[in-house]
Design a protein around this ligand. Structure first.
Ligand code: FES
Length: 359
C-alpha cells in the first residue's frame, strides 16, 4: 500500500496523518469511472458522481455495498459491523461504504443500473415556505435506511392518514438521508393542503424511486433545461448532477414562472453562475414570452402551450445548432407536449428529449 506518512508532534503523543493518493475508480463491467478524493468512501464518491451503486445503510451494517477489488489498493476508513466471510475476503471483497481508494482502482460490482423500489418511514425535518403557494418539504430518513435514487427521479409520499402523491426529488442523491421536495399548495388538492399542516418529526412514508427523467450519462452534448414553475425541482437535481459529471459542453437553464418573484431559488441559481463557467441562466415569466396571457386566474393548458412554443422559438432564434443539444423539460403537462411537438416539427432527434409532468 502506498502511504505517505507525515509526523505531527505535540507534547504527549506522536500522531500519523495518512495521505492517500486521489484515484480514479473504474467499475466493471459497466466501465463507469469516477474520482475519489481524500478520505471519501468509494460509495460516497460514486453517489456524488451520480453513479448508482447497490447499498443500504452507508455505515457498514448491511453488507449490500460489498464488491470485489480487481486491481489497485484500497484503505479502510471506518469500522464496519458487517462481517465478510473468509472466502469473500480472500477473493478481494470489500465494503464500499467503509473503504476509500488509494490511487486508481478497478472494482467489480453486481448490476448497479437497476435501483430497487424502497419503502422508507421518514420524518419531517423542516417545512419552509418558498413563495405564497410553494413549500419546501425537507424529510430525513433513518440513519440505517437511506433512499437510493437517481437525480431527476420521483417518489410517492404518503402521509399519516394515507393521503398520497408522487413528487420529484429536488435534492441530490449524494445526500441520501436528507430528501427535499418543492410542493405547490393547491386549494382542491388534499395532499398539498395537508403537507402545510405537517410538524417537525411528523411521519411521511417514501416509496420509490420511479421514472426515467434522468441524465443520459453517455451524452457529451450541451443541455437545455426548461423548468416551468415547480418543474424546477427535478431540474435542480439534474443540473447539480450534470455539474458534478462535468462532461457536457454547456448547461443552459430557462426557468419560467407565472408571476414576478416566483423564482423561489433565484439566489441558488445565481451562485451556480459564479462557480461554473459553462452554465447560463435565463429567468422569465409567462408574460415575458406571451404578453397576451392572463396570469391572474392561473394559466390554463392553452396558455401553457403558447408559452412553451414561444420559449422554443426564442431558443431556436438565439442559439445555433439546437438539434445538437439535449433537452430536459419539466412543468405542467401541456408544456412538455407543446415543446416536443415544436422540436419534432424542426427535425429534432426524439431521443435527445425527456420531459416530466408536474402539477
Ligand atoms: S451500505 Fe450497508 S454495509 Fe455498506
Amino acid at each position: 500500500m502506498r502511504i505517505s506518512d507525515q509526523l505531527c508532534y505535540n507534547s504527549t503523543a506522536i500522531a500519523y496523518i495518512v495521505v492517500l493518493m486521489p484515484g480514479i475508480v473504474r467499475l466493471e463491467p459497466s466501465d463507469q469511472e469516477f474520482r475519489v478524493d481524500g478520505n471519501d468512501s468509494i460509495l460516497d464518491a460514486a453517489l456524488q458522481a451520480g453513479v448508482p451503486l447497490n447499498y443500504g445503510c452507508s455505515n457498514g451494517n448491511c453488507g449490500l455495498c460489498r464488491a470485489r477489488l480487481v486491481s489497485g489498493e484500497v484503505r479502510k476508513i471506518s469500522h464496519h459491523d458487517f462481517v465478510l466471510g473468509e472466502a469473500e475476503k480472500s477473493m478481494g471483497h470489500v465494503l464500499l461504504c467503509s473503504y476509500t481508494a488509494d490511487g486508481d482502482v478497478v472494482i467489480e460490482v453486481a448490476d448497479s443500473a437497476v435501483i430497487p423500489e424502497q419503502t422508507i418511514n421518514a420524518r419531517v425535518k423542516k417545512l419552509t415556505p418558498l413563495t405564497s403557494d410553494v413549500v419546501l418539504l425537507h424529510l430525513q430518513t433513518p440513519r440505517t435506511q437511506r433512499l437510493r435514487f437517481l437525480a431527476g427521479q420521483s417518489v410517492r409520499l404518503e402521509l399519516d392518514n394515507q393521503v398520497s402523491a408522487t413528487h420529484p426529488v429536488a435534492s441530490c442523491p449524494c445526500d441520501d438521508r436528507n430528501i427535499q421536495f418543492h410542493i405547490r399548495v393547491i386549494a382542491d388538492d388534499a395532499f398539498s393542503r395537508q403537507v402545510t399542516t405537517l410538524k417537525p418529526t411528523g411521519a411521511v412514508q417514501i416509496t420509490g424511486p420511479f421514472g426515467e427523467f434522468t441524465l443520459n450519462d453517455d451524452s457529451r452534448r450541451s443541455i437545455f433545461f426548461l423548468a416551468f414553475n415547480t418543474g424546477f425541482a427535478p431540474i435542480k437535481s439534474l443540473i447539480e448532477h450534470a455539474m458534478q459529471l462535468e462532461q457536457s459542453e454547456h448547461l443552459q437553464l430557462y426557468w419560467i414562472v407565472e408571476s414576478e418573484g416566483a423564482h423561489y431559488m433565484h439566489n441558488l441559481v445565481r451562485s451556480w453562475l459564479d462557480v461554473f463557467d459553462s452554465f447560463s441562466y435565463t429567468p422569465l415569466t409567462a408574460a415575458d414570452l406571451c404578453p397576451q396571457v392572463n396570469v391572474a386566474a392561473g394559466l390554463q393548458d392553452d396558455a401553457w402551450q403558447d408559452v412553451s412554443r414561444a420559449l422554443l422559438r426564442q431558443i431556436s432564434t438565439k442559439h445555433e445548432n439546437v438539434n445538437d443539444c439535449d433537452f430536459y423539460v419539466a412543468g405542467p403537462d401541456a408544456v412538455a407536449g407543446a415543446a416536443r411537438d415544436f422540436l419534432a416539427s424542426n427535425n429534432f432527434p426524439t431521443e435527445q428529449f425527456k420531459s416530466l409532468s408536474i402539477t
